[in-house]
Design a binder for this molecule. Structure first.
Ligand SMILES: NC(=O)C1=CN([C@@H]2O[C@H](COP(=O)(O)OP(=O)(O)OC[C@H]3O[C@@H](n4cnc5c(N)ncnc54)[C@H](OP(=O)(O)O)[C@@H]3O)[C@@H](O)[C@H]2O)[C@@H](O)CC1
Ligand SMILES: Nc1ncnc2c1ncn2[C@@H]1O[C@H](COP(=O)(O)OP(=O)(O)O)[C@@H](O)[C@H]1O
Ligand SMILES: [K+]
Length: 508
């Protein structure tokens, strides 16, 4: 068993793949073995997380997730804990493994209760073994009204003053998408709790599931642990990867600014056009490219030559659009581009050597099929392209609603990559990186301090710098996304994270 950190990549397996692995492993082992291993792992982690707990309340659902909880209850009771179990199953209808563990918990003498004890405190522990990968959450399956006792237990776990250890998954969370099943979403989003959140842990069993790392999964899961129950994934291919850090890229002594490439940022509609000056977005992207190590950074502002120099960043070279040698440049196009970006997009998409499309470039492409076709053609000509939409921009590109994009972020990112024939970065908690014919990746770094205007522009500039230095579109996107999130993760407490400060720190 080990805690999952962003320091190395991990394969992720969805429910169907996990079920196949479970079936193959179970067939090769004596009956009940996997549940015994799962329950023991849960009990061991519970002891480690709450060594001084007076009471351990274990909420057990009717299926095998509940069985894991019952098995853990037996171990914890035997080790001298005060264990209270609420079991929503019935001996005559429970799956065979869960029934066997119920019997073992009974024999060990655990206490049974209909609901959570009302005297739990921060030193105690709750174990959430209500629902695991068996949760039926497909939007296509008929809506079901969850049973009242299940909802009461879920609420008790959600509002518990004691830390919560979830078995396999936070109950109700879909392992594939990181969204809660209908009717099982916690009532108060964590950011609206007016108290320090209680620690949450999830012990994922057999495999790590993608839903733990994207959409609402990160908040729900808390710290993620894995116990593979002694089962190797064998020939089962992962459905996604949790990204790891970039390989170090030492600079040769015999190198010069030309070795690290030229980035040109095009965007920043001027104030005169529509009364909405957006030069800042382009300057943020340019600053990030500079601090990420680009050899030279050019900036083309779509402001009719209003700004001639950024005195804060004299390294940035302002250029008129017609003075750019597009075929030699890594272009970062769209940050603060407004409507003005439409005039330059056809040329940029057709001619740029390497290209990052962000923000208003994407909004414009979403409305013009001819531009979409030009992006697709870049892939056919082997010209690297990365698109960096947030969920609303992704929805516009795909003709979906934001909710539909968020409902299955891995699938949405893959659709973007396939439809636009390029690397797609779907931003947000658990940013997804996808490319045609490649297993997608979920980024493990970053946090909500990034939820401030301009951080997306910073990311676009960073991707540009990586591309300019010679990385493939995939590497440029995944390394930049990782480093962008990592900068936020190590951000000093008490210091405001603003986009311009982030841009200055991204190079380490
Ligand atoms: N995979 C492995 O290798 C191993 C798996 N193990 C463990 O087994 C777990 C999977 O067990 P599982 O298949 O029995 O499903 P589980 O999560 O208990 O849920 C099924 C129950 O929930 C109910 N239910 C479903 N949806 C609902 C809803 N929306 N609202 C309300 N109720 C809903 C559903 O009701 P039903 O649809 O049958 O009426 C059924 O009663 C897995 O996560 C891991 O912990 C380990 O022991 C060992 C190795
Ligand atoms: N809650 C969050 N957790 C992790 N990353 C976040 C969160 N909120 C925002 N981000 C990141 O911050 C950036 C915001 O980008 P974007 O929405 O395009 O902002 P802007 O257009 O203001 O620059 C993205 O990289 C996104 O992944
Ligand atoms: K659970």
């Amino acid at each position: 068993m080990h805690r999952i950190t962003p320091h190395q990549p991990h394969p992720l397996f969805n429910t169907a793949a996990t079920r196949r692995l479970e079936k193959a492993a179970a067939a090769a082992l004596p009956p009940h073995t996997l549940m015994q291993r799962a329950g023991l792992a849960v009990a061991q982690l519970a002891q480690a997380l709450a060594p001084h707990a007076r009471t351990v309340w274990i909420a057990c659902g009717p299926g095998n997730n509940g069985g894991d909880g019952l098995e853990a209850a037996m171990h914890l009771q035997r080790s001298g804990r005060k264990v209270i179990v609420t079991w929503l199953g019935q001996p005559d209808t429970a799956p065979a493994d869960a029934r066997a563990s119920w019997q073992r918990a009974r024999d060990a003498g655990v206490a049974w209760a209909d609901a959570a004890p009302n005297d739990l405190d921060a030193n105690d522990l709750c174990i959430d073994a209500l629902l695991g990968i068996g949760v039926a959450s497909s939007p296509h399956s008929p809506p079901r009204t969850p049973d009242a006792r299940l909802l009461t237990c879920l609420q008790a776990l959600h509002h518990s003053p004691a830390p919560v250890l979830a078995v396999d998954l936070p109950s109700g969370l879909d392992a594939d998408t990181g969204q809660f099943a209908a009717g099982l979403t916690p009532d108060t989003p964590p950011h609206l709790h007016h108290r320090a959140p209680t620690p949450r842990h999830t012990l994922s069993l057999l495999t790590l599931k993608p839903g733990l790392f994207t959409a609402t999964g990160r908040d729900a899961a808390g710290h993620v642990w894995l116990d593979d129950l002694g089962v190797e994934p064998g020939h089962e291919p992962p459905n996604a990867w949790l990204s790891g850090p970039a390989l170090p890229a030492p600079r040769a002594h015999a190198s010069h600014k030309g070795s690290y490439g030229d980035v040109a940022v095009v965007g920043g509609e001027g104030l005169a056009a529509r009364g909405m000056g957006m030069a800042g977005a382009a300057l943020l992207a340019a600053s990030a490219a500079l601090h990420s190590g680009a050899g030279r950074v050019l900036v083309t502002l779509l402001d009719d030559g209003h700004l001639q120099l950024d005195p804060q960043q004299p390294e940035l070279m302002l250029r008129r659009f017609d003075a750019l040698a597009l075929e030699q440049l890594t272009m970062v196009c769209g940050c603060g581009g407004g409507q003005a970006i439409a005039h330059v997009l056809p040329e940029v998409i057709s001619r740029a050597a390497r290209l990052v499309l962000d923000a208003d470039a994407l909004n414009t492409i979403a409305t013009q099929a001819a531009l979409h076709a030009l992006v697709v053609a870049r892939g056919q000509h082997g010209q690297p392209t990365v698109i960096t939409p947030h969920p609303l921009e992704a929805a516009r590109l795909l003709g979906l609603t934001t909710a539909e994009v968020q409902a299955d972020r891995l699938d949405a990112a893959q659709q973007l990559a396939d439809q636009f024939n390029c690397v797609a970065v779907l931003k947000g908690s658990g940013t997804v990186i996808a490319a045609p014919d490649r297993v997608p990746a979920i980024n493990p770094t970053g946090n909500a301090r990034l939820a401030t205007a301009g951080t997306g522009d910073v990311l676009a500039g960073m991707v540009g710098a990586h591309l300019a230095a010679g990385a493939s579109a995939w590497r440029a996107a995944s390394e930049a996304v990782y480093q962008h999130g990592q900068a936020a993760d190590v951000w000093p407490a008490g210091l405001a994270l603003t986009a311009s400060a982030l841009a200055r720190r991204v190079g380490g």
